[in-house]
Design a protein around this ligand. Sequence first.
Ligand SMILES: *Cc1c(COP(=O)(O)O)cnc(C)c1O
Length: 384
Amino acid sequence: MRFETLAIHAGDRPDAATGAISVPIYQTSTFVFEDVGKTRGWDYSRMANPTRSVLEATLAQLEGGKAGFAFASGMAAETTVMHLLKAGDHVVSLDDMYGGTYTLFQGVMNAFGLEFTFVRMDNKQTIEAAIRPNTRMLWLETVSNPLLNVIDLEMVVDIAKRRTLLTVADNTFATPYFLRPIEYGVDLVVHSTSKYLNGHSDVIGGAVVTATDELAQRMQSLLTAMGTCASPFDCWLVLRGIETLPVRMKQHEENAMAVASYLKEQPAVRRVLYPGLESHKGHEIASRQMKGFGGVVSLELKGGVESVNAFLRNLKVFSLAESLGGLTSLAGQSATTSHVAVPKEYREKVGITDELIRLSVGLENIDDLIEDLEQAIRIAQMEA
Ligand SMILES: *Cc1c(COP(=O)(O)O)cnc(C)c1O
């Protein structure tokens, strides 16, 4: 079955027990045994829950992996993945990752003896130079947050395979609709389902898909032991979101492309970052490796922080908020939202300036979105 069909039919659907066409929300902690020592296939919802299992099967099939796991948040998914490692292990990570991931690595996991090196993953030499005898994992985002750098998966996987390093790809921005990292040899795919997979800004959730059965078993053990699983109701909401993922992503992309093309022509805009623009550094890799360029556009306005603040305060259709990937268009200054916990010197070193604005282009009418940007830019220029 093809992507659009899997998004609606994967897993136990319709529900085998009742025939329900909508996946039932099995809001239960425990399941009654058939006999002493004999379950009906389910025992306790931390280990497995029928609603969660449909979502997990759907995630695995959409990413082309062996097994999927649904977590309470993207960060719960990442925290659980990091427990595949042990004290003394070293990780090479991309340097402009999601701010929360940076905090997890540098603020939490290193106290447990994990070591991290952050590099720009745009060439072989830089990555290889960062690898040490104790390196076990390469961590990347397929499209980075917020600079929208696109990583060449063939290059990274080639480096990893020759040294048997685990590769983990955060595929939140691209979604499996546009890119399936496991097809390129990546071992584990991570998602914040709070973003495009759910798509309606009403869930915090996360996911992991593994390329092998061995990794699936280790992830199941960790999830069971750590209790980082998603609730049945949240799984149901994400399932409902995924059913429309293909149509949503097409429209997100069409709107984002129109927004990026408009912004690129504005004299008040210093730079526009969108992998769909030919001027973007990652355009060539993205065109080769992805089916589409996604719905996030970053930009820098001229006129300093005052002009950025005036722009953000005067948007009417775009809402000033953290997050991305929902129906509703959002705008935010990366330095004070997704990357607020990242030290300023580090932010500036990797290119996340105070003037950087990230737009999550939603599904409103494109003319309303562009008129909104137009009027906010006009006010920002007057106040600068
Ligand atoms: C939001 C996000 C996360 C964290 O996910 P939560 O669901 O907020 O815990 C991780 N990676 C990326 C790329 C994100 O955008």
